[in-house]
Design a protein around this ligand. Sequence first.
Ligand code: PMV
Length: 330
Amino acid sequence: NKKVIASAPGKVTLFGEHAVVYGYPALVVSIDKRIYAIAEKRNDDVIKINARDLRVPGIVISYIGNEVVLETDYGLILPAIAYINKAIEVTSKYIGTKAGVNIEIRSEMPVGAGLGTSAAVAVSTIAAYAYVNEYELKKEEIANLGWQVEKEVQGIASPMDTSITAIGGFLKIKYIDKTVERTPIEVKEEIPLLIGYVERESRTKDMVAMVRKKIESYPEIYMKIMELIGNTVEKAESALLNNNLHELGSFMNLNHSLLDALGVSTRRLNELVYVARDAGAYGSKLTGAGGGGCVIALTPENQDVIETAMKLHGTLTFRTKLGTDGVKIE
Ligand code: PMV
């Protein structure tokens, strides 16, 4: 039977996390690590999922339109499976087919590090399932279906991850309620970035809830911080467009300080941020929800030295190219 491979990139948030929840813009960018979804059409309505790269043991069997995954080796419904299963369900409804599929997921990224793996899994699965059934969906359509998948699986979800993994490149994102504005930013030069990962101590949901509590208690202080993050994003966008990397770096530092003021950084994240700066990064900040997770460092020079310093500090690091293609059929 016909086989189709779709892939979608991971992402980092360059500027504006948390403030984006309050209607301010954020800048997000795709990275050169991808998720691959390999789909093979079946002659029945069975969904067979193999996602060993996402630490899912064995093969999972489900049926189109079923909420519940019926069989796994461990009898568990693992989070990664929920995204794949829901992505097929949502797409099958959208394109009006109930064709079964064998689907295999491959990953070049660590899962759950805040690099947008779940969105990339959802989006690559949607594209592969649609394409194997002879539907070529537009990137915007895939982004919206992906957002729907994340919302249905998680309860609430930001449209940032599904937007960037579907569209790729650099995006300025703004969302209020159900509407999302996605504005591509044309960045001509290469932006060299290092990513360092420290273990998560808290979940995104809890970090967002903690920030909301602070805003409710002291809106006159915390909404000011949000506004300052919003201003920083606008200035950072200009620095990005002008390829002024020194300025871009100092806005990263400023954005990090404001996130620290919100209370979402940790000692380990702060240490890593300063290790990178001391070793020569133009700027560094936590990326994503905080409470552990990833740090990004802008490293147009001394990348080896900075990477070694970050490694010596005991973190997993990797280099990445920014602004790679969004979802595509390979
Ligand atoms: O940790 P991540 O990559 O899932 O990013 C969360 C981003 C927040 O702005 C903190 C939350 C959101 O809904 O946008």
